[in-house]
Design a binder for this molecule. Structure first.
Ligand SMILES: [Zn+2]
Length: 287
């Protein structure tokens, strides 16, 4: 955090330096746009092909073929979820929250892409529907579905409180991915990554720019829906923070399950559609 009382005196032109207008780091007008009209047409009449219930303070994995949809649904009560995505054929390709944030901003909604890690850097999924899109940003600067919060984890909890809590989203996702792959939980841990915080309401405080959370506005029946751009394994944890209105990384908060529903198009809208290719950079890095 910045010092309340800086150790260095501001230069004479400090006001002018601070008044310089910002520029957007990554203008996205050159990105291939998400073809939401196509996805909307493909979604008409789509057949529900399965569902996975994620118990409170646990995570589960699920498979989503390219060209199909998955929906994360609030059931029973306000609950936030931590979402990981992997390429179903190579889990080294995984969701890259930091670059997604740099491209689309701190909080995602309809039309935003979930980008994959280097060297592929391509859309893994596109958000196609968000019943909380009305929320926008509140008076505190908060919003839902952030890509800033990484995930709750037992290491930070240990640093801050000296605990050994095993049902943080990080550990939940580790156990779920170990079960999915048949690998040891310690061997698979490095594949668990920074998340999309589904339904979580977060922001940065106006005065100190510290990461904050507040009670999620999600209610049963609300959902966030995605189009799978490549064959995916999803991992979703029902966070031990519950609605994230008090604390996480403990068994204190009231928690609820989350439901993942899978939908397969039944019409011909996607007959010409193909998965996005891997990034075109030649990977020579100037050598
Ligand atoms: Zn969590």
């Amino acid at each position: 955090m910045k010092l309340t009382n800086p150790q260095h005196t501001a230069p004479a032109d400090s006001a002018a330096r601070k008044a310089v207008e910002p520029v957007i780091c990554y203008p996205v007008d050159t990105l291939p746009p998400a073809d939401l009209d196509l996805y909307t047409r493909a979604r008409v009449g789509a057949k529900k092909t399965g569902e996975v219930l994620i118990p409170p303070r646990e995570a589960r994995t699920f498979h989503v073929p390219a060209g199909t949809f998955f929906r994360i649904v609030s059931v029973e009560g306000p609950q936030v979820g931590d979402l990981n995505l992997w390429n179903a054929h190579d889990i080294n390709e995984r969701f890259y929250a930091g670059k997604t944030r740099a491209l689309h901003g701190t909080h995602l909604s309809t039309g935003d892409r979930m980008w994959s890690s280097f060297p592929t850097l391509r859309p893994m999924a596109t958000i196609t529907d968000d019943t909380l899109d009305w929320y926008g940003f509140d008076a505190f600067g908060g919003s839902v579905h952030d890509v800033i919060g990484t995930r709750c984890d037992p290491y930070t909890a240990n640093l801050l409180a000296g605990t050994n809590y095993h049902h943080c989203c990080h550990s939940n996702l580790c156990r779920a991915l170990a079960e999915e792959t048949g690998q040891d939980v310690r061997a698979i841990e490095a594949h668990v990554h920074d998340v999309l915080n589904v339904f979580m309401c977060t922001g940065f405080t106006r005065d100190t720019q510290q990461y904050f959370m507040k009670a999620t506005p999600v209610r049963p029946g609300d959902y966030l829906e995605f189009f799978a751009e490549i064959d995916l394994i999803g991992g979703l944890s029902a966070c031990p923070g519950g609605a994230c209105d008090s604390q996480h990384s403990s068994d204190t908060a009231q928690c609820h399950p989350l439901l993942v529903e899978l939908y397969c198009p039944v019409n011909e809208a996607l007959s010409e559609w193909t998965s996005p290719p891997a990034n075109a950079y030649d990977r020579s890095h100037g050598v």
